[in-house]
Ligand binder design. Structure first.
Ligand code: ZN
Length: 467
C-alpha cells in the first residue's frame, strides 16, 4: 500500500522511537569480507514495484552492494555464486509478532511447566525454525527475561535465528495461572504500570507489550516512561473502546486488532482514524482462522515430517503428545474460533479497504501454529483478504521492518543489510510458494542452501570426513 505524506510523518515518529541496539551485530570472521552473488532469478525488492527479471544481487560482508538486471551487474570473480534461475529473490520476511517461548504445542497449561528449565532449548528451536521459514527479523512479544540474553546471542550471530527485538514479560492487569512466575506480575494502578515499564526498560527490552485489561490511564502512565526512553509500545487490543483508549494513551502499534474476541465490526470513524494517522496494525489474522479449519480438514499436517523432524527429541515428544492424547478442537484455545473467523475476515477487509499501514505478524508458536509455516500462512491470508500479492509481500518485508524501526533491513537495495531469501517459483502468481524457501541469507551469512539448513550440511560433511 502506498504511504501518504501524512502517514509517512507518523511512520517517521515510529522510526524515531525505535531501538537499534539489537541490530548492532558482531560479525563472525567467516562473514567479514565474503562476497556472495545471487544470479538469474526474479527479484522483488520489497517495494510495490514491478519485479526485475533475470536479476543479480551482490553481497559483500553483511551488506548488499549491487542490485539490478544480471546483464548489467558485474559479478566479482571471487564471489560464491548462488544460481537462482527459475526462482524468486526477495527480502527476508519480518514478523511483527512472534513468540519464541512456544512452538505450536497444543495446550498452554501442559507446555509451560515443561518450558521452565528448558527455555534456551526452546528459544533456539523456535529461532532456527523461523529462520528456515524465511523470517530474518522479528519482534518477540512475551517471554521471560532470559529472552534478552538469547536475543543478544542471536544478534551476535552466535546461534541461528532472525534478528530479534524482545519485549520480555507483559505489562498487564491479568495473567493465566499456568504462565511462568515472571509473566504473572500484575499492576493494579497506572503508577504500578509505569514502575513495571521502568523496570523492563532498565533491564534492556526493545519494546513494551501491554496485554488485556490495560486502561487508557495505564497507557498514559506507560507512555510517560516509554516515550522519553524511545521504546515503542505494542498493545494487545480487540474491542473498539479499548482500541480508542490505547490510541489516546499513546500506543505505537496495534496488535491483534480485529482478529479475536467477540467484537462487532469497527466503526468507520475508528478505521479511518487509524488509516489517516498511519498507526500500524498487526492483525495476526491467520493463526486461529487458518489453523483450525485446516487441521480439521487435514489432521495429517500435524505429523508433517518437515515440521516434526525440526524439533529436537524432547520437544518433539512434548508437541506430539499434546495432540494425540486429546482432540485439538476440544482445547480451550479454540473455543471461540468460529466467531473469530467471522470477525477477522471482516476487520481485515476494513483495514485493507481503508489503506491502513498493515505489518505482517503471525502470533507464531500459538497452538498448532508452527514457526515453520506461520509466515507464509499469514501473507497468504492477507492476499485472501484483499491485498494484491505484491502488497502482501511488501507488508511482510518493507512495511514490517519500518514498523519495527529496523531501517537497515526489509528491502533489497545497495547499502542495506544482506537479509535475502530465495523461494521456489513465482509468488506473484501463487503466493503460497512463500512456503518453499530454498535459500536464506541473514547478515551476509548463508543459513540455508538448496533447501538444506547449514547445520545439516555441516553434520553431513563431518560424518563423511570422519568415516
Ligand atoms: Zn501473541
Amino acid at each position: 500500500m502506498m504511504v501518504s505524506a501524512r502517514r509517512s510523518a507518523r511512520m517517521t515518529g515510529v522510526l524515531a522511537l525505535a531501538v537499534f541496539a539489537a541490530l548492532i551485530a558482531v560479525l563472525p570472521a567467516a562473514a567479514q569480507g565474503r562476497t556472495i552473488a545471487l544470479v538469474g532469478g526474479q527479484l522483488l525488492d520489497g517495494y510495490e514495484a514491478n519485479p526485475i527479471h533475470h536479476a543479480a544481487v551482490v553481497i559483500e560482508g553483511n551488506r548488499i552492494v549491487a542490485v539490478g538486471p544480471a546483464a548489467e551487474i558485474e559479478i566479482p570473480p571471487d564471489a560464491e555464486v548462488i544460481d537462482t534461475r527459475g526462482k524468486t529473490m526477495m527480502p527476508g520476511m519480518v514478523d511483527a509478532h512472534v513468540h519464541i517461548m512456544i512452538l505450536g504445542h497444543g495446550d498452554y497449561a501442559d507446555w509451560f511447566p515443561w518450558f521452565e528449565g528448558n527455555d534456551d532449548l526452546v528459544y533456539e528451536t523456535s529461532a532456527k525454525q523461523l529462520l528456515m521459514a524465511g523470517v530474518t527479523a522479528g519482534v518477540d512479544l512475551s517471554a521471560p527475561m532470559s529472552s534478552l540474553a538469547f536475543r543478544d546471542r542471536v544478534n551476535r550471530n552466535e546461534v541461528p535465528g532472525p534478528r530479534l527485538l524482545v519485549s520480555g514479560p507483559w505489562v498487564t492487569r491479568y495473567a493465566w495461572d499456568f504462565l511462568p512466575d515472571e509473566l504473572r506480575v500484575l499492576h493494579r494502578t497506572p503508577e504500578e504500570a509505569a514502575e513495571r515499564t521502568r523496570m523492563l526498560i532498565d533491564a534492556g527490552v526493545d519494546v513494551i507489550k501491554t496485554w488485556i485489561g490495560t486502561t487508557e490511564e495505564d497507557m498514559r502512565a506507560i507512555k510517560s516512561v516509554a516515550g522519553p526512553a524511545g521504546v515503542p509500545i505494542h498493545c494487545h487490543v480487540y474491542e473498539e473502546e479499548v482500541v480508542w483508549g490505547a490510541i489516546r494513551g499513546g500506543c505505537d502499534v496495534l496488535q491483534h486488532a480485529g482478529s479475536g474476541g467477540s467484537v462487532p465490526a469497527y466503526s468507520q470513524e475508528l478505521v479511518d482514524h487509524i488509516a489517516m494517522e498511519g498507526i500500524p496494525v498487526v492483525q495476526t489474522i491467520s493463526h486461529r482462522i487458518w489453523v483450525y479449519p485446516a487441521t480439521l480438514e487435514f489432521p495429517e499436517r500435524l505429523w508433517d515430517p518437515d515440521i516434526i523432524n525440526s524439533f529436537p527429541e524432547p520437544i518433539r515428544e512434548q508437541v506430539l503428545s499434546s495432540y494425540t492424547k486429546d482432540d485439538f478442537w476440544r482445547k480451550p484455545y479454540f473455543r471461540s474460533t468460529p466467531r473469530q473467523i467471522r470477525n477477522s475476515e471482516r476487520a481485515a477487509r476494513q483495514f485493507i479497504d481503508a489503506d491502513a499501514v498493515m505489518a505482517m505478524g503471525t502470533d507464531t508458536g500459538s497452538p498448532l501454529n508452527f514457526h515453520a509455516e506461520s509466515a507464509w500462512r499469514e501473507v497468504s491470508a492477507l492476499v485472501d483478504m484483499g491485498m494484491t500479492e505484491i502488497e502482501a509481500i511488501s507488508a511482510a518485508t518493507k512495511v514490517s521492518a519500518q514498523v519495527l524501526g529496523l531501517r537497515e533491513t526489509g528491502t533489497i537495495e545497495p547499502g542495506k543489510l544482506a537479509d535475502i531469501i530465495v523461494v521456489d517459483g513465482n509468488p506473484l502468481f501463487d503466493i503460497n510458494v512463500l512456503g518453499y524457501v530454498t535459500d536464506v541469507i541473514k547478515d551476509g551469512i548463508i543459513y540455508k542452501r538448496n533447501g538444506v539448513p547449514v547445520w545439516e550440511m555441516n553434520r553431513a560433511q563431518t560424518s563423511t570426513s570422519g568415516s
